[in-house]
Design a protein around this ligand. Structure first.
Ligand code: FAD
Ligand code: NAD
Ligand code: ISD
Length: 426
């Protein structure tokens, strides 16, 4: 017989940390809750890994960025979990789950049973091998998903000062790591297949602003092509990157950020999946009433847009986790999750926020030659999405509020003229 808990959180990332805090706020009793995580440290704010953790001077290190400092709340150190009677089962991979029997089997052979399970397994980084390129295990090829990846990235970066890095991928990891590499005095070339960076979100005009800024910091862009192979020396180090366009880039290190795959494998054939994630209702409850899913692994109803989405961002992980726990602990009080998608990034001295959906027609506003500008997305006559670079706290709050309110828009030219005033007045 193994251990038994009332509540088990499977996964020890951002969502797990915020769920634990919510459990305590809602009065969970000592011994009722455990968190099982493959990682060897208590839940932490993953966004720090591509920003503060990579700084050459005074880098962020644990315990400073344990959850929930990212929301200006209590910092949950291992001592905090102990004091609140929450069992942290770290360095432990769950290798199978039986949702009918309500049991989990760990890689160490222990069976753990639960009454309610919260799945917070997040996602894994896609490997180059999944795109037909070998070499992910080379000494100087880095991915970035967890603390051990970040620690390795720092070591590789420190051995490459003044050298050349190729960053594969023009998404969040690519953009944030490229900036961090430059700050560490490494020459960066970014390689990605799209026509511009952050293709999932940015318009060409927005992307052009960031690309020009990166170029001013010495970054080179090689767009519209992909990596086909590495040249690897006898010591197992990549010395050059070969691209489909025929070019060869000599390198000292490579960083790969080519997307993620949600960790749903334990539940295939047991729970309903949708859009790559575990399908949940407005209480974050899956097709099995005893199993909830939160964070990157959950596909949940986005009420404001009337569809189901799986989001890969920290705000959604934090809020979906809190919502699930509230629904579990106070079912009579709990309403349907009503989430406004929110994404952000910080690179160099730049900082942007986006709320809502990037569909429909786009109106850009502000000074693209200066340091504050933005865009609105208008669909079916209503504002559905807002982007702002270089805003103040009040301005970001205004675009969030306006997007949530979804005001009618009749004249796109008028919105363009009003710019930020449009959101401030909505
Ligand atoms: P995770 O935080 O990934 O946690 C999943 C946990 O589950 C991990 O601890 C993992 O080890 C564990 N696990 C998985 N499978 C098992 C298993 N079988 N057994 C045991 N444990 C298991 N988002 C933003 O909005 N803004 C940002 O600036 C930002 N920066 C980021 C920077 C980096 C480097 C990364 C990687 C992501 C960033 N994100 C950012 C995304 C954000 O961090 C994620 O959306 C968030 O971490 C998702 O939380 P989660 O708890 O669902 O998953
Ligand atoms: P992403 O989806 O943001 O970007 C993936 C990028 O990979 C694409 O933009 C594309 O340029 C590139 N790509 C795809 N296939 C390729 C190929 N064969 N060769 C070369 N490039 C290819 O994913 P990511 O940047 O890897 O980020 C991973 C996860 O981390 C995401 O969930 C992201 O949301 C999260 N994250 C978020 C933030 C933030 O919100 N600020 C920061 C860091 C990471
Ligand atoms: O860079 C970040 C970020 O965006 C977070 O949420 O780090 C975390 C915490 O702020 C860490 O302090």
């Amino acid at each position: 017989m193994g251990r038994a808990f009332v509540y088990v959180i499977l996964g020890g990332g951002v969502a797990a940390g915020y769920a634990a805090l919510e459990f305590v706020k809602k009065g969970v009793s000592h011994g009722e809750l455990c968190i099982i995580s493959e990682e060897t440290v208590a839940p932490y704010e993953r966004p720090a890994l591509s920003k503060g953790f990579l700084l050459p001077e005074a880098p962020a290190r644990l315990p400073s960025f344990h959850c929930c400092v990212g929301s200006n709340e209590e910092r949950l150190t291992p001592k905090w979990y102990k004091e609140h009677g929450i069992e942290l089962i770290l360095g432990t991979r769950v290798k199978s789950v039986d949702v009918k029997r309500k049991t989990l089997l760990t890689a160490t052979g222990e069976t753990i049973s639960y009454r309610i399970l919260i799945v917070a397994t997040g996602a894994r980084a896609l490997k180059l091998e999944e795109f037909g390129v070998n070499g992910s295990d080379a000494e100087n090829v880095c991915y970035l998903r967890d603390l051990s990846d970040a620690t390795r990235l720092v070591t590789v970066m420190q051995s490459c000062k003044g050298g050349n890095a190729v960053v594969i991928g023009g998404g969040y990891i690519g953009m944030e790591c490229a900036a961090s590499l430059v700050i560490n005095k490494i020459n960066v070339t970014m390689v990605f297949p799209e026509a511009h960076c952050m293709a999932r979100l940015f318009t060409p005009k927005i992307a052009s602003y960031y690309e020009e800024f990166y170029k001013s910091k010495g970054v080179t862009f090689t767009k519209g092509t992909v990596l086909t192979s590495f040249d690897i020396n006898s010591e197992g180090k990549v010395i050059a990157v070969n691209l489909r366009d025929g070019s060869k880039l000599p390198v000292d290190m490579v960083v790969v950020g080519i997307g993620i795959r949600p960790n749903t494998g334990l539940f295939e054939g047991q729970l309903t999946l949708e859009k790559g994630g575990i399908k949940v209702n407005g209480k974050m409850q899956s097709s099995n009433a005893s199993v909830y899913a939160v964070g990157d692994v959950a596909s949940f109803p986005v009420k404001i847009f009337g569809d189901t989405r799986r989001l890969e961002h920290v705000d959604s992980a934090r809020k979906s986790a809190r919502h699930a726990v509230a629904a579990i602990m106070e079912p009579e009080k709990s309403s349907e999750f009503d989430y406004l998608p929110f994404f952000y990034s910080r690179v160099f001295t730049l900082s942007w926020q986006f709320y809502g959906d990037n569909v429909g027609e786009v109106v850009h506003f502000g000074e693209f030659s200066g340091n504050s500008f933005g865009a609105y997305w208008i669909s079916k006559g209503h504002l559905v999405g807002s982007f702002l670079e270089g805003g103040t706290k009040e301005e970001y709050e205004a675009i969030a509020k306006a997007t949530r309110f979804r005001p009618a828009v009749e004249d796109l030219g008028e919105v363009e003229k009003l710019g930020l005033e449009f959101a401030l007045a909505a």
